[in-house]
Design a protein around this ligand. Structure first.
Ligand SMILES: NC(=O)c1ccc[n+]([C@@H]2O[C@H](COP(=O)([O-])OP(=O)(O)OC[C@H]3O[C@@H](n4cnc5c(N)ncnc54)[C@H](O)[C@@H]3O)[C@@H](O)[C@H]2O)c1
Length: 242
């Protein structure tokens, strides 16, 4: 496995975890928005492993500084817009552009894109992030149509809120309650639950799934906008809900 991140130390620490679990892995520090970096990373991957079976396009620019500048359209910092598109969308395009030719040599491959509910539903801020993620619903359709007959599958995972445990602490509990109320599952998601869907798409168990988006969001995007208010209304009035 090749662990790719702009943060070389973060990539190395994931590699250390993988190695301690008995897997072979290398870290390659890469800015996925840079064509030079991505080309070199794919060359290094092919030189080391001889093939590429799975490409998981998971990188996104989500720093606090980026989020504070990627705002509603009237207050949008255009540098933040450019960075969101460059990393989240151009990065995924570049990795696909250079990984797919290596996959084609063996006539098989699975390409997975990490998208978000924010790429499908309007929200108050993160305009650049949302538009970059919306495009990642289209990209797997293009890849599947262009290379499906040559053995390449491509899909997106539309992720709801699946914060790591340490991210919970940085979010106000009132906010977490609002989000939890809007899930159709008892709890918010976890990175592990998202990883399980990615593992399915990476594996041959999903060999007939291509050109689509799997929504893994605990039903956050599946219900009527009034559901939470209606649930509270029925609870207050002592009447049975639907
Ligand atoms: N966690 C969630 O609740 C959630 C919800 C919806 C979608 N997602 C999506 O899932 C994916 C992973 O999210 P996460 O919560 O683990 O985020 P994260 O910030 O923990 O991970 C993103 C990684 O991308 C790396 N990165 C940033 N810019 C890069 C660049 N130019 N080149 C290479 N790497 C770069 C960062 O260093 C970081 O390690 C993202 O695509 C995100 O949009 C996550």
């Amino acid at each position: 496995m090749v662990v790719v991140d702009i943060n070389g130390n973060a990539a190395k620490s994931v590699v250390a975890e993988l190695e301690s679990a008995g897997h072979e892995a290398i870290a390659v520090q890469t800015d996925v928005s840079s064509e030079t970096d991505v080309k070199a990373m794919i060359e290094k991957t092919e030189a080391h492993f001889g093939r590429i079976d799975i490409l998981h396009n998971n990188a996104a620019v989500l720093s606090i500084e980026q989020r504070q500048r990627d705002r509603d359209i009237c207050n949008l910092d255009m540098d933040a817009w450019d960075r969101a598109i460059a990393v989240n969308l151009r990065g995924a395009v570049l990795c696909s552009k250079y990984a797919i030719p290596v996959m084609l040599k063996h006539g098989k491959g699975s390409v997975i894109y990490a998208t978000s509910g924010l790429g499908a539903q309007g929200d108050l801020s993160l305009t650049g992030y949302a538009c970059s993620k919306a495009a990642l619903n289209m990209l797997p359709k293009s890849v599947a149509a262009q290379y499906g007959k040559s053995g390449i599958r491509a899909n997106a995972v539309q992720i709801g809120l699946a914060p790591s445990e340490n991210a919970h602490g940085s979010m106000p509990s009132e906010l977490l309650d609002i989000l939890r109320d809007n899930h159709l599952t008892p709890e918010l998601g976890t990175p592990r639950q998202i990883a399980d869907v990615v593992a399915f798409l990476a594996s041959d168990e999903s060999s007939f799934v291509t050109g689509t988006t799997i929504v893994a969001d605990g039903g956050f995007g599946s219900h009527t906008p009034s559901l939470v208010a209606m649930r509270e209304f029925f609870a207050k009035s002592g009447r049975e809900g639907m």
